[in-house]
Design a binder for this molecule. Structure first.
Ligand code: SAH
Length: 251
């Protein structure tokens, strides 16, 4: 069996209990060394074979995990955050399906959740935004035109941008062209939940300069929107005047 496991955003105790158990039992671990905290490897047992996929191709990863799984070994393919977000797991699962090798996916805490925790913020505030858009700037991986930052910005929702901290001038231009005011609050969260986590609060117009001044060009998320401001309405869920299935009004 092969387990795709989300390692969480960075802090070594932000892997799930299930993910940690799978690592403890693994005979073979292939981890994405560019972003997964190497401290997770300390959970593995003696004799566990460990590979860093940062320098490997898809084919090389398959050449490690498929024979191991076929030999009855327990294999963990460890991805950063949650594997479903920019994790490149689909292409791995398709090869395993074609070869009849069984696998399971263990979710992880995505870095966008880690960033909200670092900001002590709520992405979905009543009367501000009820939608979180997770996206990225086009880089070497293209983004479909209908999902350009400019097109998504038209919603004025909360946005969390991955893989984009090296192109913040262009990002700000696109956000503004799409309809956000230049003074819309924005934050850069660098290495959320790692010991060297850093949070920079700015505005869309200030993104590029803030990153430059602080030497941030990778391993950061860019968050955008009024959720970083002071204005919002309190929730209906905990409003004394509001009844719902678990509570009567006036209690
Ligand atoms: N699957 C991962 C995302 C992988 S894409 C997840 O769920 O979080 C890699 C990008 O994620 C990085 O370029 C960066 O934008 C973001 N990222 C990953 N870990 C991060 C962290 N701890 N802090 C801030 N950004 C992070």
């Amino acid at each position: 069996m092969i387990h795709f496991v989300g390692a969480g955003p960075g802090a070594e105790d932000l892997i799930t209990v299930r993910g940690a158990k799978l690592l403890e039992q693994a005979d073979v671990v292939v981890y994405a060394g560019s972003l997964v905290n190497p401290a997770h490897m300390e959970r593995t047992k003696d004799g566990c074979a460990i590979y860093d996929s940062a320098s490997m191709t898809l084919e090389q990863v398959m050449d490690v995990i498929i024979p191991a799984a076929q030999a009855g070994k327990k294999v963990v393919r460890l991805h950063t955050g949650d594997p479903s977000i920019y994790g490149a797991i689909r292409e791995q699962m398709d090869i395993l399906d074609a070869k009849g090798v069984p696998y399971e996916v263990c979710p992880g805490v995505s870095s966008f959740c880690g960033a909200a925790a670092a900001l002590q913020a709520e992405y979905t505030l009543p009367n501000v935004s009820q939608t979180v858009i997770l996206s990225r700037m086009a880089g070497r991986t293209p983004v479909p035109e209908r999902e350009s930052i400019r097109a998504l910005a038209a919603h004025g929702s909360t946005m969390v941008l991955f893989l984009s901290s090296g192109m913040l001038g262009k990002l700000a231009e696109e956000l503004i062209a799409g309809g956000y005011a230049p003074e819309t609050p924005a934050a850069i969260v660098y290495k959320a939940t790692w010991p060297d986590e850093k949070v920079f609060r700015t505005t869309i117009a200030g993104l590029e300069q803030t990153a430059k001044e602080n030497g941030i060009h990778k391993t950061a998320l860019i968050t955008i929107g009024g959720f970083l401001g002071d204005q919002y309405e309190r929730s209906k869920l905990y409003d004394p005047a509001f009844a719902h299935g678990y509570r009567e009004a006036g209690t």
